[in-house]
Design a protein around this ligand. Structure first.
Ligand code: FAD
Length: 440
């Protein structure tokens, strides 16, 4: 965090200032408003805005939307229902996996629509949203003195912004939440050093129209140059998300300056089996690298949710679930911390930042919730990117398809890793998995 510049402070001080209004920021705003706290959200873009994403909400994410009471409004947008993933490799393996659970299905829908619906709910719940406001830094500064002539007030944290009208301003709150995604300014402020990504992948996403190759599932193709995800994003299954992910060290040059051509060549090489040539309607949207581990998710007066708290890789498409779950994990901890701090508000002056100690239970819960999943993501990435290993594993999955179903439930965040050890899963239509729910 930088020290001490002075900017004109904004007048009203909310309890929580959330930077970013993607799924993590909006879900947290809703949960905090329900607990009665005042929330202001600062968003660089204007909704509805596109986001580089495979645009699939996995079954765990669907359950999280349901817990938040938002599923009906999302279903009203007519998303595609996804019953599993059709896995294909360049070497010709094909594994048709299914979630095979009563309430286990994923959804495909444009991120612009999903995120606009979530932020709309946050505003309906009473959160204040300021769009076109870019947070540039977090500063530590002295607050105004409680009484005149008594010197500087207590130390405070403030976000320095470029407002929609182009002017600089600073805003303060007892808690600043970084929900500002992969390249989080807030996360950089509390993690001091920028993480060095171990893997340098880049993605190219386009919106496609046409009659795609799958009926009830998304399709994941894995080959020499990388992976391709293809998923319907509307119930009529004429609108698709195509996402190509490649190693930038290897393919960066051929991609540079011509992402759309690269995207189209990748699709042609993979030969995904469209009835007729798909049309590119929107994009390309590019993103990467992704592997952004974060050591700290809390500090004095600061807490991170969603991608800002750490991200690995788009391959297993779990980011929206994690964004929503991190908000669910954070809300009760913030609630408790704000209640405890309530008595310490200096008379007349703005409240001091929440202490790191009061926010620490969230960091512990977050690490517990995602640690094993992160390890599994790395194993899957290791398998998919090595031709021989990929061949062996997919050969095995073709022979025992129930294991493929179990894996897809695991990456769908509706089963624990230990469920892979449960022999009952080796038969199709096995027992419903224990659901992973956020701690209270
Ligand atoms: C190629 C790709 C494919 C993916 N596919 C899937 C998938 O199919 N399924 C899935 O579940 N996940 C997928 N993910 C991951 C998913 O997109 C993210 O995990 C998810 O969007 C995280 O949500 P978030 O709210 O943390 O961040 P975001 O959705 O990134 O939202 C952050 C918000 O903060 C705003 N912001 C950023 N910086 C500032 C700033 N300085 N000031 C103010 N506002 C700011 C941004 O404008 C944005 O609105 C994919 C990711 C990529 C890159």
């Amino acid at each position: 965090m930088k020290g001490g510049h002075s900017h004109a402070p904004r007048r009203s001080t909310p309890d929580v200032l959330i930077v970013g209004s993607g799924p993590a920021g909006s879900a947290l705003a809703i949960l905090l408003r329900r607990r009665g706290w005042s929330v202001t959200m600062l968003e660089r873009a204007f909704h509805p805005r596109p986001k580089a994403c495979g645009e699939c909400v996995n079954p765990g994410g669907v359950r999280a939307l349901s817990r938040l009471g938002l599923l009906d409004s999302i279903l009203a947008l007519r998303p595609a229902r996804l019953e599993g993933w059709y896995l294909r490799t360049a070497e010709g393996h094909q594994v048709d996996t299914r979630f095979r659970m009563e309430d286990g299905f994923g959804l495909g829908l444009p991120r612009a629509d999903l995120d606009a619906a979530l932020v709309g709910e946050a505003v309906r719940h009473g959160a204040r949203l300021h769009e076109g406001v870019t947070v540039r830094a977090i500063e530590s500064q002295r607050g105004p003195a409680p009484t005149s002539g008594s010197g500087g007030g207590p130390q405070q944290l403030a976000v320095v912004t470029r407002e929609a009208d182009g002017h600089s301003a600073c805003r303060t709150a007892p808690l600043i939440v970084g929900a500002d995604g992969l390249r989080s300014v807030v996360a950089r402020a509390i993690n001091r050093t920028d993480p060095v990504p171990l893997r340098r992948k880049v993605s190219i996403t386009c919106r496609l129209s046409g009659s795609g190759p799958t009926r009830r599932s998304g399709l994941l193709w894995m080959g020499g140059f990388g992976t391709i995800g293809l998923a319907p994003v509307h119930a009529d299954r004429q609108l698709w998300n195509g996402t190509v992910v490649v190693d930038s060290a290897r393919w960066g040059r051929s991609l540079a300056g011509r992402p759309l051509e690269f995207f189209q060549e990748a699709f042609t090489t993979a030969g995904l089996g469209w009835d007729s040539e798909p049309m590119v309607l929107e994009g390309p949207w590019c993103s990467g690298p992704f592997d952004v581990p974060r050591r700290r998710a809390v500090s004095d007066g600061v807490l991170l949710v969603g991608d800002a708290a750490g991200y690995y890789d788009p391959l297993t498409g779990q980011g929206i679930y994690r964004a929503l779950l991190s908000a669910e994990l954070a809300a009760p901890v913030i609630d408790r911390a704000l209640r405890r701090a309530g008595g310490r508000r200096p008379s007349g002056g703005p409240p001091p930042p929440l202490s790191r100690a009061s926010l620490a239970p969230y960091e512990a819960r977050l690490h517990r919730a995602f640690r094993v999943g992160r390890g599994i993501q790395r194993v899957i990435e290791g398998v998919v990117s090595r031709r021989r290993v990929r061949g062996l594993v997919f050969g095995g999955l073709q022979l025992v398809p129930a294991v493929g179903d179990a894996l897809i439930r695991l990456t769908g965040d509706v089963a624990t890793p230990y469920s892979l050890l449960n022999p009952a899963l080796r038969t199709r239509g096995g027992p419903v998995e224990p659901t992973i729910t956020p701690g209270r």
